[in-house]
Design a protein around this ligand. Structure first.
Ligand SMILES: NC(=O)c1ccc[n+]([C@@H]2O[C@H](COP(=O)([O-])OP(=O)(O)OC[C@H]3O[C@@H](n4cnc5c(N)ncnc54)[C@H](OP(=O)(O)O)[C@@H]3O)[C@@H](O)[C@H]2O)c1
Length: 312
């Protein structure tokens, strides 16, 4: 039995094609989920060619539990869920119950699919420092991580400075909670306490110069793909240490996903879906994402699994 899946395919546009994968065989601590929606993340799309041909891609999905975990943990059969797990861009996926959260009735499953990688990354990096009353700079603020980070930083009581590539890309960020929306970093005239850097390259260097004593840059991503050249002695500073921290925690998403989906249910967090379509349009969606044309998240609808169609 097979399921349809978005797989690494060197012959397909953007290196991602609709193919076949084995019907997942869950471990005792995994739920089996019938996937309804998936969301794309920049890294998954940009680096699809690094995976062996045929590998099922993706991490973010939402759907309905087809079979509960054998060990009794996690949601029951029929529960609506959002999940984070490798190989999630398929009609069915097996995911550890520690990376699953139930979706409240009032929350659309497509909205839930937008949350996992970008939302949890924003949440976890913002939690790295106290932000109440602090100046928090978010670069690449118009993107998936950025739009969640703006909202969550504002929820946490920060003074939020959102940096974007052009004025047009800044649209809607003030409504989400940004106190200042700037193009690039030149317009920022006071030090910042925490930076969530999604862009890397020259913006990372400029952000370092803006950092207050004791401040930290969470290096979330490097969307620019550009090198960062620091002037000699850039890392000497008087007073409390300044730091640049790496981030790459892809474990145990369940509790943080539950927090985010609850925020959505309460109307405190908007999923910010800038592109929605069917999953056979993955190439166009990938191009738009890499071309900086998606405001927030790209969410795709998955053709439902049908056992009577031989698992298709
Ligand atoms: N460490 C982790 O665990 C983790 C988790 C999630 C994501 N990431 C990484 O974090 C980054 C952001 O992810 P995302 O999902 O938010 O991606 P995204 O939705 O594609 O957003 C990226 C943003 O970066 C900006 N950008 C792209 N190229 C740029 C350039 N050359 N110069 C200046 N700005 C540029 C764009 O700004 P404009 O829209 O203003 O043009 C865009 O809004 C990506 O590199 C991703 O791979 C890392």
């Amino acid at each position: 039995m097979t399921v349809r899946a978005l797989v690494a395919d060197p012959a397909a546009q953007e290196g991602i094609g609709l193919g076949e994968a084995g019907d997942p065989d869950p471990r005792p601590d995994q739920v089996l989920v019938d996937v309804r929606h998936i969301s794309l993340n920049r890294g998954e799309v940009a680096f699809a060619s690094r995976f062996a041909p045929g590998t099922t891609l993706g991490h973010d999905a939402s759907g309905v539990v087809a079979r509960a975990a054998a060990d009794g943990s996690g949601p029951v059969e029929g529960a609506r869920v959002v999940v984070f797990g490798a190989g999630a861009w398929a009609q069915r996926v097996a995911v550890g119950t520690d990376s699953v959260a139930e979706v409240p009735d009032g929350v659309d499953l497509a909205d839930a699919a937008a949350l996992p990688m970008a939302g949890v990354t924003a949440l976890r990096t913002l939690r790295s420092r106290p932000i109440l009353g602090r100046r928090v700079l978010i670069t690449g603020a118009a993107g998936g991580v950025g739009r969640f980070a703006v909202q969550l930083a504002a929820l946490g009581g920060a003074r939020v400075i959102a940096s974007v590539g052009s004025a047009a890309r800044g649209e809607g960020l003030a409504e989400l909670g940004a106190h200042e929306v700037v193009v690039g970093l030149d317009g920022i005239d006071r030090p910042v306490d925490l930076v969530l850097d999604n862009v890397g390259g020259a913006q990372l260097v400029a952000a370092w110069r803006l950092l207050a004593p004791g401040g930290d840059i969470q290096s979330v991503g490097w969307a620019s793909g550009e090198p960062a050249a620091f002037a000699p002695h850039s890392f000497f500073s008087l007073g409390p240490s300044r730091s640049i921290s790496t981030f790459g925690d892809a474990t145990r998403f369940g509790p943080d996903l539950a927090t985010l989906v609850e925020f959505v249910a309460e109307g405190r967090l908007s999923p910010e879906i800038g592109l929605r379509g069917a999953w056979d349009g993955v190439a166009e969606a990938a191009r738009a994402l890499l071309g900086r044309q998606v405001s927030g998240k790209a969410v795709l609808d998955v053709e439902p699994y049908r056992r009577d169609a031989g698992g298709r």
